[in-house]
Structures are given as C-alpha cells and as structure tokens.
Design a protein around this ligand. Structure first.
Ligand SMILES: NC(=O)c1ccc[n+]([C@@H]2O[C@H](COP(=O)([O-])OP(=O)(O)OC[C@H]3O[C@@H](n4cnc5c(N)ncnc54)[C@H](OP(=O)(O)O)[C@@H]3O)[C@@H](O)[C@H]2O)c1
Length: 261
C-alpha cells in the first residue's frame, strides 16, 4: 500500500481514480481548491481531503507530504487552462520532488501533441513539464470519455436536437477504465518517463454514437449534423483523437448508456 495523492480528485476523472486507488488498498489523499461535503456526490468515502491550489501553490506542501505517487487529474478551461497546466504543473512537480515523491502520473488527451487547438496545446505543455521533471513520470493519454461525447450531443438540447460533428469519429471510453489504467501506471506499469495511450473498445462515427444516445434515452430529438470549425474540428476529422491499436477491453458506449449513466 502506498500513499497516493490525486490532484483534481473531486472532478469527474479524479473521483474515479480516488475510488479505484482505495479499492486497490492505497491510502488516498485528494487535493482541490474546494473540499466537498461528505454527503455530496463529489465525496469519495475513505479518501482524506486537503485544500490546495496548483496555481498559487497554497496547500501543495501539505498535500504532497508523505505521498509516494502523485496523480494529476486537474482540469481548467479558457485562459485558466494555461495557468493550471503550466504554472500549476510546475508548482506541483517541484513541490513533489522536494518532498521525495517518487512517481507522477498525468492524465492527458490522445492527440494533445498533434493539434493547434489552444486547450490541447496547453495539455501538451503540461505533458512536457512532467516529462522534463525530476520525477519518474507516466503520461496517460486517453480518448474522449463517454460523458464528454454525451455532453457534445446534448449541446443541441436547446434546439430540440442532438449535435453530431460531421466527418468525426470517436473512441469513447468509460472513466472507470481510464482510472484503472492510471492506477496501473501509478503502481509502475509502463516505462519511466513514458507515454501510455488508451482508448475505448470501439471507434464509431459521431452519428452512430448519437443514434445510440437517442435510442437509449427514447428521445424524439433529431440528429443535427454540424461542421465543427477551428483546430479542434480539424484535429478530430483527421482522426488524431483515435488510438484503435490501444483499445481497452472495457465498457463500450452502448453498455455505458444502458447502465443508466
Ligand atoms: N473530457 C474528456 O473526454 C477527457 C479525455 C481525456 C483526458 N481528459 C483530461 O482529464 C482531466 C480531468 O478532466 P475532468 O473532466 O475529470 O475534470 P473536472 O471534472 O473539470 O475536474 C477538474 C478538477 O481539477 C480541480 N482543479 C481545477 N483547478 C485547480 C487548481 N488551480 N488547483 C487544484 N485543483 C484544481 C477541480 O477542483 P476545484 O475546482 O475545486 O479546484 C477538480 O477537482 C483533464 O486534464 C482533461 O484534459 C479529459
């Protein structure tokens, strides 16, 4: 058993990682700017919570103290992304190295290294901070989560539609499957300072996935094809979000929908 620090452990992926680490018998500390109430959906029973801010560095020493492994599942959007993914990552790896943390695992995105989309560029910069650090690092690049793909479709809700990006395929993955790969890496799987890629069990067109969502919810909304502009649209249409050679034998989108997620 090791002490594992999950930074961003109150978020979607972080909660699954904290739960998986506890399930595997580790001593788990979760760090985020806000600590959840113990009766909220964000609270993972068995974890210890500390307040820490990656960008200001407040609380980081207390968070890393005694940890053998740090797993970074933090997230930020817009202008905050570059602060959290560069300044924040630097603060975390330097503090972790000073406190004798031996290993770091970063959750990143498939294609982050091959896109001009600003968020992906910020993720690529975050990867470099980790890979250039003194810590034994594993970067885990995952494909889109089932929840994320669903959120894209549901952006059409105000128009009575499911939005479906044209010319786009996804390889969606269950967060629990990502959490298992992150924990394998935390326990030493993969090469030191290496990149591990992981994708969902199947590559399917956005339209085929939207059809599954429509059927599973019994929705009467129609599927509205949209051409996604900008660098994200071209990254996805080029298939840079896919790693069919690294498909997990895990929960597919249809089964995930059927589970009531
Ligand atoms: N969505 C996808 O399909 C997908 C696919 C592959 C990889 N990823 C990656 O997965 C990661 C996690 O995404 P997610 O959707 O699970 O994130 P999320 O639900 O938005 O959670 C973000 C977490 O980061 C924490 N956080 C934000 N700013 C912080 C700061 N300054 N200091 C400390 N903690 C901070 C948040 O807590 P507080 O706000 O309380 O601080 C929260 O715990 C991201 O890096 C993303 O790039 C996502």
């Amino acid at each position: 058993m090791s002490r594992v620090l999950v930074v961003g452990g109150t978020g979607l992926a972080g909660r699954a990682v904290a739960a998986e680490a506890i399930e595997r018998g580790h001593d788990v500390v979760v760090a985020a700017r806000r600590v959840p109430d113990d009766d909220s959906a964000q609270y993972v029973t068995g974890a210890t919570y500390v307040t820490a801010d990656l960008v200001t560095g407040d609380g980081l020493e207390e968070a890393v103290d005694g940890a053998e492994v740090v797993i970074d599942t933090s997230n930020a959007m817009g202008k905050q992304a570059s602060h959290v993914f560069t300044t924040g990552a630097r603060n975390l790896v330097h503090t972790a190295a000073r406190f004798g943390v031996s290993r770091a695992v970063l959750l990143s995105i498939v294609g982050a290294d091959r896109s001009a989309y600003p968020y992906y560029r910020a993720k690529a910069a975050q990867e470099r901070v980790y890979l250039d650090s003194a810590l034994d690092t594993r970067v885990v690049r995952a494909t889109q989560f089932h929840d994320f793909v669903t959120a894209i479709f549901d952006r059409g809700r105000p128009f009575g539609a499911l939005l479906s990006p044209t010319g786009t395929r996804f390889q969606p993955i269950a967060i629990a499957d990502v959490a298992a790969v992150l924990m394998d890496a935390a326990e030493g799987a993969g090469e030191p300072d290496g990149i591990i890629q992981v994708g969902g069990p199947r590559v399917e067109s956005a339209r085929a996935l939207a059809e599954q969502r429509k059927k599973a919810t019994g929705s009467r909304r129609y599927i509205l094809p949209i051409r996604l502009g900008g660098a994200l649209g071209s990254t996805w249409r080029a298939g840079r979000n896919l790693v069919p050679e690294h498909a997990v034998d895990g929960v597919g989108y249809g089964a995930w929908l059927d589970s009531g997620a």
